[in-house]
Every structure is written in structure tokens, then in C-alpha cells.
Design a protein around this ligand. Structure first.
Ligand SMILES: [Zn+2]
Length: 291
């Protein structure tokens, strides 16, 4: 909730519901002067990040952020939903819409379609008019938003997927599972297909067939949304917010809402790889309020 503004902040008033991008830049270094603020020498990331970039103060009742990074919270979302949707939807938007440039009528495979980014990517891809196939670890996962869901441990998976698109392969693979699925993803690609990598919790190294890769003219993208400047992220958040307001996008299921005092337990819970979003609430939970 917007509380207090500096003298030159216009357009917001006390009580406005807002969200913000977490990257802050200096505006003075060589990169900033060239407009490449995402590479700023003095870049800081509010909240959780590696020590080099960390700007403390996110786990607090009040926080001070630059006005330029603010976006109004969609009315259709609670604070908990908005808090858990921002990063995942910005990442999914960059991967699907910008890097892979997914088009209507194309086929996309989302590896980890039930995770936070995967769930957002499925909705964005469906909205763009693509055929969406989800791949997940659990055998019980059903297609809810996806057109089809497959199990990652199925040995016939690559064969099955290639046969489905008239033997041509798929246009886009979004891999949210990292190294263990990297090579499988590449084998699924149609000629000039695009694969986007956003993380690798399952290892730093991956092998792939370079000869097949160039014969197929495959495209490979690495995406790190922390390299995006906050103006670009704010623009994406605004587009995503419109989608929430119109009901095009639905927030991911929230697994748990914990008070700030239980932040340690919340991180321990997430580190177990348990599905679902965990939200830290700044508001006493027993009050039942979400605003
Ligand atoms: Zn700078």
C-alpha cells in the first residue's frame, strides 16, 4: 500500500495499492548514460539476490522504492496473489512472447508447466493462440490450462512428441527444469525451433549434439530477468495486470501464507522443492485481511 511520497512523486496517493520491480540502477555510470541501465555498475536488487547486488529492506513493514518502478496492483488480485504473480509472469512473458516470439498456431512445450513460471507461460501461450503441451514430473498431473500434459519419466516422450506435430517437432520449448531436460528439449525442436532456458536447479553442465543442433538450425536463448531494467519490467507488469483485470490470466495457486516472523520456515519449505507458491504476509494473518 502506497504510504508516503517524496516531493517530486506525482500520480500516487496514500492508500493506493501498488507493486514494483525489484531492480534499482544509479543513473550515473557509463551503462546508465548509454541507456543500458540493466547492466548498471551499481545495480541493486531489492530483497533476495546474490550478495553483490543485494539491497536489504524488502522484508519490512515499509520500503522505499523509486517511483519509476511502481505499477498499480490489479484490483482483481489480492496482495498475496499479486505478490506471487509478478516475477513469474514477467519471466514467462519475456521467454514466450519476446525471446521465443511464439505465434498463433505454433506448438510450445512447457517443461514444468505446473510450476510458477510454467503456469504463467501456459496462459500466455494459450492467449497467443498456440497449442500447449506441458511436461511434468508427477504422474498425476492433468491438463487443466494446457492442451496436453505428459510425464517427464516416460522413456517414449521424445518419440511421442515428435510424432505429434506431423513428425516435424515443436516450434518452442520453454525449459523451467534446467539441465536434466536440456537435451531432451533440443531433440524436440522443429527446424529453426527455439528453446529458452531460465534456470538450472539440476546442474550447471549439459551435453547436446552440436551437429544435430546446427543441421536443425535450432535457436537457444538464455534468460535472466534480473538483467531487465525496471522500466521494461514495469511495462510488462502493466500488460500482465491488464490480463488479470480482464480474467485472461489467473494467478498461481498459493500454497501457504506465512507471517514475516516465519520467513525462515517459508524458505526452508520452498527449498524442499514442494510445489505451490509461498507468500510472506506483512499483515497479521489472523485479521483475515488481504489488503
Ligand atoms: Zn548505473
Amino acid at each position: 500500500m502506497f504510504e508516503l511520497a517524496g516531493a517530486d512523486v506525482r500520480g500516487y496517493k496514500r492508500g493506493d495499492r501498488v507493486t514494483f520491480d525489484s531492480t534499482v540502477y544509479c543513473g550515473k555510470c557509463g551503462y546508465c548514460r548509454r541507456g543500458e541501465v540493466n547492466l548498471c555498475d551499481n545495480r541493486q536488487v531489492i530483497g533476495v539476490s546474490c550478495g553483490e547486488y543485494r539491497r536489504n529492506g524488502a522484508f519490512a513493514e515499509y520500503i522505499s522504492v523509486p517511483r519509476i518502478s511502481l505499477v498499480r496492483k490489479p484490483q482483481s488480485l489480492s496482495h498475496e496473489q499479486a505478490g506471487s504473480a509478478g516475477v513469474t509472469f514477467v519471466t514467462a512473458w519475456c521467454a514466450v512472447s519476446e525471446y521465443a516470439a511464439l505465434k498463433a498456431g505454433e506448438t510450445i512445450v512447457v517443461i514444468g508447466s505446473k510450476g510458477g513460471v510454467g503456469h504463467a507461460a501456459v496462459q500466455i501461450a494459450k492467449h497467443l493462440g498456440a497449442f500447449v503441451i506441458g511436461i511434468n514430473r508427477s504422474r498425476d498431473d492433468e491438463a487443466i490450462l494446457e492442451d496436453l500434459v505428459l510425464n517427464s519419466s516416460d522413456p517414449k516422450l521424445p518419440e511421442l512428441l515428435r510424432s505429434m506435430n506431423a513428425g516435424k517437432g515443436v516450434d518452442v520449448v520453454l525449459n523451467t527444469a534446467g539441465g536434466s531436460m536440456f537435451e531432451i528439449g533440443l531433440t524436440l525442436l522443429a527446424h529453426q525451433g527455439r528453446q529458452v532456458e531460465i534456470t538450472s536447479p539440476t546442474g550447471r553442465k549439459a551435453n547436446f549434439d552440436l551437429v544435430d543442433f546446427y543441421h536443425n538450425e535450432s535457436r537457444l536463448f538464455g534468460l535472466d530477468t534480473l538483467k531487465r531494467d525496471l522500466v521494461a519490467s514495469a511495462r510488462i507488469l502493466e500488460k500482465v495486470a491488464e490480463g488479470f483485470a480482464t480474467g485472461t490470466y489467473q494467478p498461481h495457486k498459493i500454497d501457504q501464507v506465512l507471517p514475516l516472523e516465519e520467513a525462515r520456515q517459508a524458505y526452508e519449505h520452498v527449498s524442499t522443492g514442494h510445489g505451490g507458491r509461498v507468500v510472506l504476509s506483512m499483515i497479521p494473518i489472523q485479521s483475515g485481511g488481504t489488503e
